[in-house]
Design a protein around this ligand. Structure first.
Ligand code: IPE
Ligand code: IPE
Ligand code: MG
Length: 249
């Protein structure tokens, strides 16, 4: 770190109110492809760098005292990409299940959200192993969104409610906002306070649309592989300057 970077970091740290850290931060890890393109590298190198950033930012989130951090890693729409790219992403994810996530095991609980039925049995077995092995870690929770899409998640939740209704276990008036929230993949977790999207796109791309109804949104042109601890601090400091009204006055 250069002296100037150190100075900037200190100044940023001083800006953050450690008494008012968002409980749940969700991050759309976008911009890997453009990062690679700028360097004339294959897209998969961008994804590999993005995976390193995921590791660093997970640690930082825990150190900052964020209780839940949700990372958007692969959307229900990302299957549309070239076979080569999807395969390299899957290989990277599998490598993480085998090795990378273990590094965080002692502090963080790791869970996956999304429709896991799309993955092979051996892949799911590894996911279950990681969830099981980390389930008693109390430091903080990392949610990894894989084959995740809000519309798909809501559809699955509605289907499970409809099944209960058809079986006579639920009456129409039992269907409340709380019930729907509890049937989502994030059931039991607080809604995200802050959603971060790097890469210069100003959209949610089907991410946490129900849960993010009152989330503060933070956009920046930085590409995910370049995202640093200081960018997380910037986003949190910015969040703390917002006035969250939730429709009240
Ligand atoms: C995000 O980076 C990673 C995934 C969506 C899996 P992209 O691959 O979308 O990168 P850009 O948006 O093309 O730069
Ligand atoms: C959103 O990024 C999904 C993930 C980061 C996993 P995309 O790159 O897929 O989103 P769009 O296509 O730009 O909306
Ligand atoms: Mg993208």
């Amino acid at each position: 770190m250069s002296l100037l970077d150190k100075f900037r970091h200190k100044r940023l740290e001083a800006e953050v109110d450690f008494e008012n850290i968002p409980k749940h931060v969700a991050i759309i890890m976008d911009g890997n492809g453009r990062w690679a393109k700028r360097r004339s590298l294959p897209r998969k190198s961008g994804h590999a760098m993005g995976a390193k950033t995921f590791e660093v930012i997970s640690e930082c989130a825990g150190e900052l005292g964020i209780k839940v951090v949700t990372f958007y890693a692969f959307s229900t729409e990302n299957w549309k990409r070239d076979k080569d790219e999807v395969e390299s992403l899957m290989a990277l994810l599998e490598d993480y299940l085998d090795n990378g996530l273990k590094k965080l095991k002692n502090r963080a609980q790791i869970r996956f959200i999304g429709d896991m039925s799309a993955f092979s049995e051996s892949f799911r077995e590894k996911q279950r192993y990681v969830e099981e092995a980390t389930k008693n870690n109390s430091g903080f929770l990392i949610n990894v969104a894989l084959n995740y899409g809000s519309r798909d998640e809501i559809t699955r939740a509605v289907r499970s409610i409809a099944a209960d209704a058809a079986a006579g276990r639920l009456a129409p008036e039992d269907v409340t906002e709380e019930l729907i929230s509890s049937r989502l993949d994030t059931g039991g977790l607080p809604d995200p306070d802050l959603i971060i999207r790097p890469s210069g796109e100003f959209r949610l791309s089907n991410f946490l649309m129900w849960q993010g109804a009152y989330a503060e949104l933070w956009f920046d042109k930085i590409l995910w592989p370049d995202f640093t601890r200081d960018d997380l601090l910037r986003a949190v400091a910015d969040y703390q300057r917002r006035n969250r009204r939730f429709g009240g006055r």
